[in-house]
Structures are given as C-alpha cells and as structure tokens.
Design a binder for this molecule. Structure first.
Ligand code: C2E
Ligand code: MG
Ligand code: MG
Ligand code: MG
Length: 287
C-alpha cells in the first residue's frame, strides 16, 4: 500500500495530490486497524448500550427507550456507531454484533416496567443475510421480553433491498414486534412502498426537526408526513428534538411522539432512573 501510494505520488508529480494520497493512506491504515480491533471487540466485551427515551408529547410520559450501541475502545475511548457500524457492515461483523445488541437490549428491557417499550436499530445487512427472524426470536426467548414491547428500526434503504429483506420484516411483524421506519425523509422511500411494508411507526429525521423554527418548508413537510402517518394508521415520532420551540411546532403540526436531547441524551442504563409506573417526563425533570 505504501508502495502504491509512493507510485501514485510519483506519477502525479509534486503537486497537491501527494499530500492527498498521504492523507488517504493514513485514513486507510486507521480504518484497517479499527477493522482488526472490531473483530475482537465483541469477544472482549468492548461494546455497550446507551439508552435514550422517547416521549408521548401530549402527556410527557416516557413510552420506551432506544438502544444505541457504543464501542469502548481500550485506546480510543468511546467510539460512536457512525464510525464503526459502516465498517462492521462491510466486514459482516454487524451480524454477530447486531445479535449481541438484540439480546443485551431485550435482557435489559425485560427488567423494566411492562409499559416501557424497547427500540433496537437493524442494519440492512442483518436483514439480508443475518437469519434475522431467528435472531430476533432467540433474543426474545432468552430474555423473556414480550414481542409486543419490541420495536425494530430500519431506514429507507430496506425498500431498495431485495424481497428477502421485505419478507424478513413481515415475518418480524408476524412475531408481534413493531417495525419502525427510521430517519424518514432522508432516503429514497417511495410513498407507495410505505403502505406495502409492515411499518407501525415513522420517525421523522432530525434534519427536518432542526430546520423547523427557521424553514416554513420543513413545517409543511413535517405536517404532511404527520397527516400521511395518521391516514396510514401509523404512529409518528420526531427525532432530534433539542428545543422547546421545536417541540411546540411539532405539537401544532399534530406530531404525537418525540425524542431528543431536549428530553434526554442517550445514557448507560445504570445512569437512568426508570419511571416506576407511567411517571411523566416533567416529574422526572423536577428531581
Ligand atoms: P438513529 O437510529 O437515527 O439514532 C439517533 C441518533 O441521533 C443517535 O446517534 C442519537 O444519539 C442522536 N440524537 C438523539 N437525539 C438527538 C438530538 O436531539 N440532537 C442530535 N444532534 N442528535 C440526537 P448515535 O447514537 O450516534 O447513533 C447514530 C446511528 O447509528 C443511529 O441513528 C443508528 O442508525 C446507528 N446505530 C446505533 N446503534 C445501532 C445498533 O445497535 N445497530 C445498528 N445497526 N445501528 C445502530
Ligand atoms: Mg434509530
Ligand atoms: Mg433516526
Ligand atoms: Mg440515523
């Protein structure tokens, strides 16, 4: 690789490209090292889950928590999923990692009050070749979590995937779990697919939420998505809510559920005080 970079640098003369190639090489090495670490990380127990609540806007009650994976790397510290999930997807490591996430999260949630739901993110790679239905079933069986408390979040890319992915989602819905469309509005979802898929909830991408106070077009889009969800008998959640202003606009647009730093950041389970019954967000906040 170093030879190749040198060759390219020579071929390019002494221009800017040399620096660029050098930078590329660093990135590649860095990624390669991470990739090797990633293979061992699971058996070394370096992954952990943080949980972020989602809230029913009308009452402020917590409906459940989304599990978000982090990698506690011995040298680099806590690594965000955006850094290593794509890598794990490339190597196939996402399949055992995803299975671990499911079982860990279901086991955690099985100890929560029965009103609390659990949301887990699924990668399109898991849906394609991960024997995902068996994996979900196994996690439910091992934890004893009721399937109806589990929500599985997928992004719009599943709609571009083959029919086996769509069949897997339908089978998951048949188990009694909910299938949620995450980051809606960022991908290529065609509206006709929406009605075709077993989605019971749509999560509006935080990009629209961020723009709400300043962009009337975002308000119009959020309003339209909310109406569409209602027509299709799907629930709707706005993600990435950071301010009260955003929340008020969402409420006015008819959005019923929200998630974001305004309510709580993702935190390790040990730092979360679970509401005993359906305790309100406001009550939690007063503590
Ligand atoms: P996501 O499923 O859309 O999760 C929401 C992301 O937005 C999380 O980032 C969360 O920390 C962040 N977030 C929540 N509220 C706010 C807010 O108010 N403002 C801002 N700026 N951000 C907010 P995170 O934890 O870094 O996860 C990023 C993505 O990584 C997730 O997006 C999901 O696609 C993926 N991911 C996380 N855990 C897993 C997993 O276990 N399996 C798979 N396949 N993907 C995962
Ligand atoms: Mg999600
Ligand atoms: Mg999302
Ligand atoms: Mg996302």
């Amino acid at each position: 690789n170093a030879d190749l970079a040198l060759y390219r640098a020579k071929a390019a003369g002494r221009g800017n490209l040399v620096v660029y190639e050098h930078g590329m090489d660093m990135v590649v090495q860095d990624q390669h090292a991470l990739e090797i670490d990633l293979r061992l990380a699971l058996q070394r127990g370096e992954f952990e889950l943080h949980y972020q609540p989602f809230i029913k806007i009308s009452t402020g009650e917590i409906s459940g928590f989304e599990a978000l994976v982090r990698w506690r790397h011995p040298q680099h510290g806590l690594i965000a999923p955006d850094r290593f999930i794509p890598l794990a997807e490339e190597t196939g490591g996402i399949v055992p990692l995803g299975a671990w996430v499911l079982e860990r999260a279901c086991t955690d949630a099985s100890k929560w009050p029965a009103t609390m739901r659990l949301a887990v993110n699924l990668s399109p790679v898991q849906l394609r070749n991960g024997r995902i239905v068996e994996t979900v079933q196994a996690a439910l069986a091992a934890s004893g979590l009721d399937a109806t408390r589990l929500e599985l979040e997928v992004t719009e890319t599943v709609m571009l995937a083959g029919s086996e992915s769509r069949e897997a989602l339908k089978a998951i819905a048949t188990l009694g779990a909910s299938v949620v469309l995450d980051d809606f509005g960022t991908g290529y979802a065609s509206l006709s697919y929406l009605a075709d898929m077993p989605f019971s909830k749509i999560k509006i991408d935080r990009g629209f939420v961020a723009d709400l106070p300043t962009h009337p077009t975002s308000r119009a889009i959020v309003g339209a998505i909310t109406n569409l969800a209602r027509e299709l008998d799907m629930e709707i959640t706005a993600e990435g809510v950071e301010t009260e202003e955003q929340l008020l606009i969402l409420k006015a647009a008819g959005c019923t559920n929200a998630q974001g730093f305004y309510f709580a950041r993702p935190r390790p389970l040990c730092d979360i005080e679970l509401p005993t019954r359906q305790q309100s967000f406001n009550a939690l906040r007063r503590k």
